[in-house]
Structure formats: C-alpha cells, structure tokens
Design a protein around this ligand. Structure first.
Ligand SMILES: [Zn+2]
Length: 133
C-alpha cells in the first residue's frame, strides 16, 4: 500500500485503518538482545522495522502504540536478575496491550535456526483475548 501523497487533498486520502488501535511490540530490548549475527542484534532490527511500520500504519489512519521506542526493556532499571527482568518485562507488555484495548497486536521478532534446511519468514497468527496478569 503506497503512502498518501503529502500534496493531495486530505479528503482524497483514504484511511483504511481509521479507528483501528494497533500495538506494535518490537521484541526484546535492553539486556535482552534476542538472537544475533555477529554485532547485529535482533532487538535493533525489530526496533527499526517497528518504527518504519508505525509511520506506515499512522499514514493509513491507525492509532498506533509501541511497547518500546528505544533500546530498553520494561523492567525497572534497578531490577536484578535476567529471568526476573524478563518475567516483569513480559507482564508489562501484556498489560500495556490490554490497557490500549488493541484491535491488533503485532510482536516483531527475527528467529534464527542453526539447521540450514529452514529458510524464509515465519508468521504466527492467533486470535485471543488477553487476560491481565
Ligand atoms: Zn525474538
């Protein structure tokens, strides 16, 4: 879908996602880099992709919320222990999604497999009602 022409009359621009609340969740962040390839970390790629996708969805009329917009996790800065931070982080993400009453939630990740037999993209789609922790 092309982005609207900025010089076009606003009444000519279609907003196919108007009224839709979308939460984008760039996976990982902060101490959790996700998978990596050398110095390239999953958390950075998914954040950049999310920021691009956000602009695209906004241009289509959606209300867009991000669980993070920089390199951090959602645990308190002084919380110790990787597992404890991860558990707190995931609960905060779920609560964030629920608080926004999202119509659509997209969590962006890049998976890595050591078996070269597997190639290409993966999409997991599920329709669920999230319950608060
Ligand atoms: Zn991931």
């Amino acid at each position: 879908m092309p982005l609207p022409d900025p010089d076009s009359n606003p009444s000519d621009v279609t907003m196919p996602l108007a009224g839709q609340v979308i939460v984008l969740d760039p996976g990982h962040g902060g101490v959790d880099g996700g998978t990596d390839y050398g110095d390239v970390k999953e958390k950075s790629i998914v954040l950049n992709t999310t920021l691009y996708l956000k602009d695209y969805l906004l241009a289509a009329g959606a209300e867009v919320h991000l669980t993070r917009d920089k390199d951090y996790d959602l645990a308190p800065k002084d919380m110790k222990g990787y597992s404890k931070r991860k558990a707190y982080d995931i609960r905060r993400r779920v609560n964030f999604i629920q608080d926004k009453n999202a119509d659509i939630f997209i969590s962006l990740h890049l998976n890595s497999m050591t078996n070269e037999k597997w190639k290409g993209g993966q999409s997991f789609i599920i329709q669920v009602k999230i319950t608060r922790f």
